[in-house]
Design a protein around this ligand. Structure first.
Ligand SMILES: *Cc1c(COP(=O)(O)O)cnc(C)c1O
Length: 371
């Protein structure tokens, strides 16, 4: 039997082991220790932002970012409907209500042309998502946000190293959130980071993630905080990953370029491509089926699976999930169409050339069979 090709896998090819072992040897295994600060400083430098605050996962990072901006009960927060569920859930954790916006055809991200209609008197913030590593149209979104006095959070959980007009995502809005889950561009196992240029927001995030303890007065808690801390071991693994982040991103871009080559001219297959003036991080190479095969996505994925190739469907739009269905305000047709016909191909730094070729040959075969 042929080995299975997973859709994602971490690549621990740097100093991860050495640094994690050092935590164990020194017994600094909890949320104090030198790797926390080292990882935060290096991540801030990589993203060209003044402040980076680590936390326990990407969902917590979005929650902390929203709380730091003062989002609370009665507020509305605009998000794309086509995203991972954590984006919307973090809004609900604040007691606020998500308002879902449709996607742009080209980038699959929040459509700026449909943004203004979603902003109302109660709108406090917009969470922009850089889906699968493709930056959203930040200039258009920021201009609308500024005009309405609304804050912008970037959910950059899938977009480490992606750029918009030469600037790293996460640093473009008021505050940004990253994830280091095992399948992301770089990983700490579980982990997250909040980045911002605003010192007061950074301080607020630090306060909230550490049980709300006053930094100047031990065991004095002026607010209800959270335990959203990252461990030193996670930060140690993260530092090992970050030292090689250029390689991790380069590998994903190489994979995307080779997928484009191997699938060139295949009828019914359209790749999620890099938009002008952006650099896609290609967290996942994603295809959208077009024409007569578009409605056969699930069957195609199933046959790929039987051939040993794991794929993953594009996220269900938030307004189609049970807990958010009542928030659907009419159709969000672009997101619905992408979600119904799209899936992610195996995308990880250590994917071998032969295996990538096998994936593409399998997809071509399956498409031929189902015509
Ligand atoms: C992965 C992801 C998150 C959540 O990150 P976790 O670290 O898994 O909590 C949030 N938003 C998006 C878009 C993601 O892909």
């Amino acid at each position: 039997m042929r080995k299975r090709i997973p859709v994602a896998a971490p690549a621990l090819v740097g100093n991860e082991r050495k640094y994690a072992q050092e935590c164990l040897d020194s017994s600094w295994i909890s949320s104090n220790g030198k790797y926390i600060g080292l990882f935060e400083e290096s991540f801030a430098r990589f993203n060209e932002v003044p402040h980076a605050v680590s936390c326990n996962n990407g969902t917590a990072a979005i929650h902390l970012a929203l709380m730091a901006l003062g989002v609370g009960p009665g507020d509305e927060v605009v998000t794309p409907t086509l995203t991972f569920v954590a984006t919307a859930n973090a809004v609900v954790y604040c007691g606020a209500t998500p308002v879902f916006v449709d996607s742009e055809e080209a980038t699959w991200n929040l459509d700026p042309a449909k943004l203004e209609a979603a902003i109302g008197k109660r709108t406090k913030a917009i969470v922009v998502v850089h889906l699968y590593g493709q930056p959203a149209d930040m200039d258009a979104i920021l201009a609308i946000a500024r005009r309405h006095g609304v804050k912008v959070v970037e959910d950059a959980a899938e977009a480490h190293g992606a750029t918009y007009k030469g600037r790293k995502v996460g640093s473009l809005g008021d505050i940004g959130a990253f994830s280091f889950y095992g399948n992301k561009v770089i990983t700490t196992g579980e982990g997250g980071m909040v980045v911002t240029g605003d010192e007061r927001l950074a301080a607020r995030v630090r306060l909230l993630k550490g049980q709300g303890m006053d930094p100047a007065r031990r065991y004095w808690f002026p607010v209800v905080g959270y335990n959203y801390r990252m461990t030193n071991i996670e930060a140690a693994i993260g530092l090992g990953q970050l030292e090689k982040i250029d390689w991790h991103i380069r590998r994903r871009r190489e994979l995307a370029a080779r997928y484009a080559e191997l699938l060139e001219g295949v009828e019914g297959v359209e790749l999620h491509r890099q938009a002008p003036q952006t650099e896609h991080a290609y967290w996942m190479t994603t295809v959208r089926l077009r024409g007569e095969v578009a409605c056969k996505r699930d069957v195609i994925m199933e046959v790929m699976d039987r051939r040993g190739v794991e794929t993953r469907p594009v996220f269900h739009p938030m307004h189609t999930l049970p807990m958010y269905a009542s928030l659907a305000r009419g159709g969000l047709p672009v997101a619905e169409a992408i979600a119904a016909s799209g899936f992610n191909l195996p995308s990880y730094a250590l994917l071998e050339d032969d295996d990538q070729k096998y994936v593409c040959d399998a997809l071509k075969d399956v498409l031929r069979e189902c015509r």
